[in-house]
Structure formats: C-alpha cells, structure tokens
Design a protein around this ligand. Structure first.
Ligand code: SAM
Length: 217
C-alpha cells in the first residue's frame, strides 16, 4: 500500500502565517518594520490628502490609525489572508469613514473600480507578480491621484528576512523577490504615471525601505 500525501504547492504561504507571529516579527527590535511602514503611510497620506484610499496588502491594518476622517471618506483594504482582515476589524472597530475589507489575491483578482485618490502598496510587491498590477492600479487612480509603493532595498550583505523566533515566517522566503525601483518606475511610466518623489529610510541591520510616489496627471 502506498501512502499518498496531498501537497498544495500553489497555496500562498501568507495564508499560513498567523497574525500574531507576523505582527511580532515586524515589531521585534531587530526588524522594526511596522513603525517605519506606518510612518511612510503617514507621509503618503499627507501628500495625497485623499478622500478615497485603496490599501493593497493591508495586513492587520498597520498605519490605518493615521487616516484623518476630516479628509478621508472611504478606505478600501485588500489582503489575501482573511484572518488578517478579521484582526484589522477587531483592532480598529467603527472607523469614522466608510471601510471595505476585501479578501483577494492581488495576482488574480480585479481591483475595485475606484476612482481612488491614493493607492498605497506597503511592502507587498515583493510577494507577488507586481508587473501586471501596476497598469490596473493606474486605471483606478483618480486624475491627480497618487500611487505610493514601499519596497525593501536589496542588500548584498544581509539576508532579506532578519531571523526572529517566529519560524512560520520562513515559509515566505521562497516567495520573496526584491523589486528594482528602476524597473518599477519604467512599468509605472508605461502605465501613464509619473515619478513624483522618492524617499529612503534606514532600518536596523543595514536594511532600508524606499517610498516611491507616482502621480496620475
Ligand atoms: C509584508 S506584509 C505588509 C503588511 C502591511 N502592509 C504592513 O504595513 O505591515 C505583506 C502583506 O501582503 C499580503 N499579501 C501578500 N501577497 C498577497 C497577494 N497575492 N494578494 C493580496 N495580499 C497579499 C500579506 O497577506 C500581508 O498582509
């Protein structure tokens, strides 16, 4: 008798990372990415002054507490992991703006039609096929709207993922690909967008993030 095991090789590893482990990893002092990602979202919010926001790869809602309800009337959040969306809803109940939480794989799903004044993609392009997504984002941006992307910069000296005790995060290593900012800029320009700003922020252990801001004229 042979033993057959079913291997779901196409299952996205993000679905198997518990929210508690993901948050603990991102907040650990050696990683310190949560705080910086929230700060960069704050910069995007101040630049865009958006009435409507589309947040791609929202996770458990890092930075959403910075949304100003005097300015922003609707926020649409997308993530592949339904447990993260539930956690977001529990952590930030009853926002003072309309909020939609959408469980969707950004590799395959259609974006909500918008138009959005700000589309923000914080540290998510490294985990998906971002090239086909950029023109889809451009299509749902309002005229004058901003598309802001946070990417982790490639380092020749340190590993992409800083080791922490949260072992489930190892599952992401096979999925991770650095995003070349020049490459992203070229695809954005082909999609009708213009690079408006670039800001680099250092992280612990010689790592850094870059916030790229594109606008739709
Ligand atoms: C590195 S985390 C960043 C989370 C959050 N933006 C933050 O600031 O902490 C990447 C997020 O993107 C989501 N994600 C990864 N691949 C995705 C996909 N194909 N479609 C939708 N969401 C995805 C993950 O579930 C996770 O919440």
């Amino acid at each position: 008798m042979s033993l057959q095991t079913s291997v779901q090789s196409d299952r996205n590893p993000w679905l198997d990372i518990p929210a508690t482990e993901y948050q603990a990893h991102m907040q650990s002092p050696d990683v310190a990415q949560s705080g910086v990602l929230a700060e960069l979202f704050g910069i995007a919010l101040r630049a865009a002054q958006p009435a409507s926001i589309l947040l791609l790869g929202c996770g458990t809602g890092n930075g959403l507490q910075l949304v100003d309800d005097q300015v922003t009337k609707s926020v649409t959040c997308i993530d592949i992991n339904p447990a993260y969306l539930s956690e977001l809803a529990t952590r930030l109940p009853a926002p003072g703006h309309d909020r939609s939480l959408i469980e969707m794989d950004l590799n395959t799903g259609a974006l909500p039609p918008g138009p959005f004044d700000l589309v923000h993609a914080p540290f998510v392009f490294e985990f998906l096929d971002w090239r086909p997504l950029v023109p889809k984002v451009a299509a749902v941006l309002a005229p004058g709207g901003l598309f802001t992307v946070v990417i982790q910069r490639e380092s020749r000296t340190v590993a992409a993922r800083t080791p922490t005790p949260y072992f489930t995060l190892r599952r992401l290593d096979a999925l991770f690909n650095y995003v070349d900012p020049l490459d992203l800029g070229a695809v954005a320009i082909d999609s009708g967008l213009t690079l408006a700003a670039q800001r680099d922020v250092m992280l612990p252990r010689q790592k850094s993030f870059t916030l790229l801001t594109f606008n739709r004229v």
